[in-house]
Ligand binder design. Structure first.
Ligand code: TRP
Ligand code: SF4
Length: 333
């Protein structure tokens, strides 16, 4: 049992606002955030400034994406009683720490990040000061809250690593005797990569996603029309599950017995693809049902209020850290 005398270790993570989330987001991140609530104090925020480093959204679009995403977090089971949910752009404290950390972070650390170099090579318009600073803003997001862990996917490991370096350098330069920043651990989520409807990585922009809150008939239709083993042209042709883009979804969603029956039916052409897909369709719909119910029970005003409360809770922590940093840097009010 957790008691107030044994505070749960803190974890913090952020996500760029992509609007309605899909199954890849759920299995790749959110499921883990929800699980962590049992053992950790969670701080989860919408990284809307980070979104602006690579996009120029139409008026109103970003705001809608922010609240759609928070609604999906709540639908998935993030509990505002146990986790603090907030929005980065409502926290000028993140910008202030970013500015202060910039004074002792070598620009070469940022210029050499693979995420920066590769994307700028592919799209020169991304060569902005803001995009260069992306990992440093992320370091500020993290260090303000002194979390023990940062649950992220493999693709963010380098950003957590640079955060640790920034913390170490600041501590050495300004607080050699009593370090102010904690070097956080990356809590790498080892989760199945959810394939999209075309077998590629699931992503909204690729148009191959099943949204968390797709209606049951939409989910069914998307899966029914999903391509299968390209060599199984007719129902009477034998197929091979390992060649079939549907198969990795089966591996995430159905049990061993169902899968064994499907594989057998496929290889002997005794079962058609629609029969094979049916238990998968039902399993995905079963997973989605509680999300749709929770979201339907939330009114938009309530979601705003949850974010309001979370933002103020986050601010109390952030201000305390900033006071320490300002003082260490000689900025006495
Ligand atoms: N860069 C992260 C992503 O694209 C989002 C992010 C911003 C983040 N700030 C963070 C993640 C702080 C963890 C901690 O997914
Ligand atoms: Fe794929 Fe199943 Fe069809 Fe075989 S029967 S090709 S595994 S959908």
């Amino acid at each position: 049992m957790q008691t107030p005398a044994s505070p749960r270790p803190r974890v913090l993570s952020g996500m760029r606002p992509t609007g309605a989330l899909h199954l890849g987001h759920y299995h790749g991140a959110i499921k883990n955030w929800v699980r962590l609530q049992d053992s950790h104090e969670g701080f989860y925020f919408v990284a809307d400034w980070h979104a602006l480093t690579t996009q120029r959204p139409a008026p109103g679009e970003l705001n809608r994406a922010v609240y759609d995403m928070v609604t999906d977090w709540l639908a998935a089971g993030l509990d505002p009683e146990r986790s603090t949910l907030f929005i980065q752009s409502r926290m000028p404290e993140h910008a202030e720490l970013f500015t202060l950390l910039a004074m002792c972070t070598p620009s070469s650390w940022l210029a050499r990040m693979p995420s920066y170099k590769d994307q700028v090579a592919a799209d020169p318009e991304l060569a902005t000061y803001g995009f260069l600073g992306y990992p440093l803003l992320q370091a500020a997001d993290i260090l303000l809250y002194k979390p023990a862990g940062v649950p992220v996917g493999e693709d963010q490991a380098a950003h957590v690593e640079v955060t640790r370096e920034v913390a170490r350098r600041f501590n050495r330069l300004y607080a050699p005797d009593a370090p102010v920043f904690v070097e956080p651990q990356a809590l790498l989520t080892e989760t199945a990569r959810v394939p999209g409807l075309d077998g590629q990585k699931m992503s909204k922009s690729a148009g191959n996603a099943i949204a968390m809150r797709d209606a049951p008939e939409v989910t069914a239709e998307k899966l029914r029309t999903m391509p299968t083993d390209p060599q199984r042209v007719r129902r009477s042709d034998a197929g091979e599950p390992t060649r079939c883009p549907v198969w990795p979804l089966h591996q995430i969603y159905t049990d061993d017995a169902t899968r064994a029956a499907c594989a057998e039916g496929c290889r002997t052409a005794t079962q058609g693809c629609l029969d094979c897909k049916q238990p998968l369709i039902e399993a995905v719909q079963r997973e989605q049902a509680p999300w749709r119910e929770r979201a339907a029970a939330l009114d938009p005003q309530q979601v705003r209020w949850i974010v309001e409360v979370g933002t103020e809770r986050a601010r109390a922590v952030a201000r305390k850290t900033l006071r320490e940093v300002r003082e260490l840097m000689g900025l006495v009010a």
